[in-house]
Design a protein around this ligand. Sequence first.
Ligand code: SAH
Length: 522
Amino acid sequence: MSEQTSTKRPGKVYLVGAGPGDPGLITVRGKYLLGKAEVVVYDYLASPKLLKYVPKNAELIYAGKKGGVKHTHTQDEINQMLVDWALTGKTVIRLKGGDPFIFGRGGEEVEVLAKAGVDFEVVPGVTSATAAATYAGIPITHREYTASVAFLTGHEDPTKPGSKIDWAKLATGAGTLVVYMGIKNLPTIVKNLIDNGRDPKTPVAVVRWASTPEQRSVVGTLETIAEIVHGADIRPPALIIVGEVVTLRDTINWFEKRPLFGKRIVVTRTREQASELVAGLEECGANCLEFSTIQIEPAESYEVLDEELDRLDEYHWILFTSLNAVNYFFERLYSKGKDARDMKGPGVAAVGKATADLLMNYGVRADLLPAVFTGEGLAESLLDQGVEGRNILIPRAVKAREILPETLRGAGAQVTVAPVYRNVAPEGKREQLREQLESGEVDMVTFTSSSTVRNFLSMVGTTDRAELNALMRDVVIAAIGPITAKTVTDNGLQVHIQPESHTIPDMIHAIVEFYKAQKAGV
Ligand code: SAH
């Protein structure tokens, strides 16, 4: 097979627009091509989150190019790199911020490819000008205000003779102006516009990191904006939007008005399970800092479970107290050549709705769901059914609370606990978390189980209460339920948010309500 992929097969370069920052704004074609990449050369402005679509064995090359900072590769080096990789027969994706043909030097790159006889394709992207306008609530061509918009670069020194920008024509020639790369030259740009006849009272917005959770925007007029930007310490990458349309932002600014906009929330969950909470919080505008404080691994031994799997019909109940328990149980069941039909004897109970839904995916309907979604709640519901003399199997974590098996045994049941997975604290990221807490960047930490609390504390790396309290002083803590909350308070910290029912959607709702109340000054 390797012979087929030898240098004989011509490679191809795809210049792909990554969109402005939010990884959701890449085109369908762009995402498809990332999935086919053998080499990806990506820019500073292309969201690194897009790299998750790239096959694991692909070559990833950071081309850098950040205004003002030493370029990682010169433009000539990048051009040559694209040609060289293509000539080795590779499928090369050149991932560029926004649209490749708008101030991105995409034109120069494909000129070089064309000259070298390399096959190429260009996939457009959402350019940052339209994204910044949209995400700052500014419809750039609202028909009651203007019929024209111009995109220009502010990178050129506007005082230099030979500038390609004709300020005299542009200042009043287009209703709306959007200036790329103009932060450094902002004072000269506004002066040029005013000197060439644009009303000094014209509204101006400056938007940084548009469409990302880091977005920041400020508004002023041609007269005031340079000072406002300086005072607010707005740095590149940012766009300058000039024109009456900027005033519409007062009514249309939907993105920055989302309830959790700008909030930095640490999500402490297992890697596998973080997505629902993160997705929900991000929908509301939060900037989620994901720390996998737990890593789930298979149990070291399946001795107990294997034995019980052969006599499942002797059980009256199988209890599932977590999603992981369900996944690992079925994985083992299947590996023994069995499936859901081997579970038709015992009743099946789930600790909560998500666990019951997951069971359904494996073809098993939960017969029992407690009124309160905790181990205690489950024990109580079973006691109501009467458990004396009943055989009960609990597949679960190696280390877990003993309350459920103990309560059931106390009521006369025969309980077998079968360990199917382990919670381990993952390595790495420790320093990053600590740094973010120390610099006061974290607004909130979320806990979705007692183990997430314990692992978070071990990651923070202090048992000293005074130190811990100092680190967490301004951090809001959200705990999914009473048990998790108790683990938090047992460690000397305070819980500020706890949803009434212990589900992820309710947790998100409670977090939103908390900030709404805070904003309203309640
Ligand atoms: N090809 C890109 C532009 C590259 S030039 C595009 O189509 O968007 C680089 C400039 O783009 C930056 O200096 C800044 O002015 C602007 N820019 C890119 N991404 C941005 C973002 N997310 N928010 C604000 N400005 C951005």
